[in-house]
Design a protein around this ligand. Structure first.
Ligand code: PMV
Length: 322
């Protein structure tokens, strides 16, 4: 039996612009998704994923390519299909998934489970895969299932750390830094990333002269934020967050709930705050001086935000002891 885990992620800078060829910064967080996989002696794939309400879902190998699979199991099944196809192997499998975070908060459970599955299968079948190969195959799976996405979440799950990332993995650069003192507030509202991505695409089609410059500014902010991270200049990093968030507001992807949390943080001592990810819900992030952290946290909670303690910059996909 093989046990593997991969981290969730938070996008720090460059959301949406990254889908359109600009760079972004993403960090891997210490909330992990785990899979346990073992071979079975028959032709069945059995999946137990209690976090997404999947209980002993059973699929015959010959039906792998036929059925359409529901939300809870589609990434795991698609990962198996692609892996079998690419390496010409096949076996019945028993799979259990277990997440340390809810699939509702936007930490990237789909990509983390996909990357974990690909890594677990490579171990199970004795096929050596480099990080790049795990990324490429997992990104293909995620794109096939989801239809859109830059793959930044797949990169975070695979490589871990904090990454400078360009869509499709054209650039995946490790940024050499220590932990980032991030405060994370969850709005309580699940965002639908593909819908938000299509919304911004539509905006770009309608107003290219307005939206392209927003993307260009995102790029400038990402470059500056990278320097701030490397120099541990968290005050300026906060200012970059505020600039970045202003662009997201202009693109129309913020929400009243996000604004409530972001303004609470800003008005109570944060250097800066922004939405993280597609927008429309999920999480906001803030940085502040250490002595102001408590008041920032309290203020976010006071307006209904749920604080999610995170450690940033954690290890990518790894085999765990069984
Ligand atoms: O909503 P999240 O956390 O999955 O982030 C989406 C970020 C986008 O740039 C909007 C999409 C993408 O795939 O890069």
């Amino acid at each position: 039996m093989i046990k593997v885990s991969a981290p969730g992620k938070l996008m720090l800078f460059g959301e949406h612009a990254v889908v359109h060829g600009r760079p972004s910064i993403v960090t891997a967080v210490n909330h992990r998704m785990g899979v346990k996989v073992e071979k079975r002696n028959d032709d069945k794939i059995v999946l137990e994923a209690p976090d997404v309400d999947v209980h002993f879902k059973t699929i015959r190998l010959e039906d792998l390519n036929r059925e359409k699979f529901d939300k809870g199991s589609c990434f795991v099944i698609a990962a198996i299909k692609e892996f079998f196809k690419k390496y010409g192997v096949e076996s019945g499998l028993h799979i259990e998934t277990k997440s340390e975070f809810s699939s509702k908060i936007g930490f990237g459970s789909s990509s983390a489970v996909t990357v974990s599955m690909i890594k677990a299968l490579s171990e199970l079948f004795g096929i050596k895969m480099k990080e790049r190969e795990i990324f490429d195959l997992s990104y293909k799976v995620v794109l096939d299932v989801q239809g859109v996405g830059s793959g930044f979440d797949v990169a975070a799950a695979t490589y871990g750390g904090t990454l400078f990332f360009v869509t499709g993995g054209k650039i995946i650069d490790r940024i050499n830094i220590d932990k980032i003192p991030l405060i994370v507030g969850y709005t309580g509202i699940k965002a639908d990333t593909p819908t938000m991505v299509r919304y911004v695409e539509e905006k770009k089609r309608k107003y290219p002269d307005l939206v392209e410059p927003l993307f260009n500014l995102h790029e400038r902010i990402v470059l500056s934020a990278r320097e701030c991270l490397e120099e541990k200049d968290f005050e300026k990093l906060g200012e970059m967050m505020n600039f970045s968030h202003g662009l997201s507001v202009a693109a129309g992807v913020s929400s009243r709930e996000l604004e409530k949390l972001i303004y609470a943080a800003r008005l109570n001592g944060a250097y800066g705050a922004k939405l993280s990810g597609a927008g429309g819900g999920d999480c906001m992030i803030a940085v502040s001086a250490i002595e102001k952290e408590k008041s920032v946290i309290k203020s976010i909670e006071k307006v209904g935000g749920i604080i999610i303690p995170v450690e940033t910059n954690v290890e990518g996909v790894r085999v765990e002891n069984v």
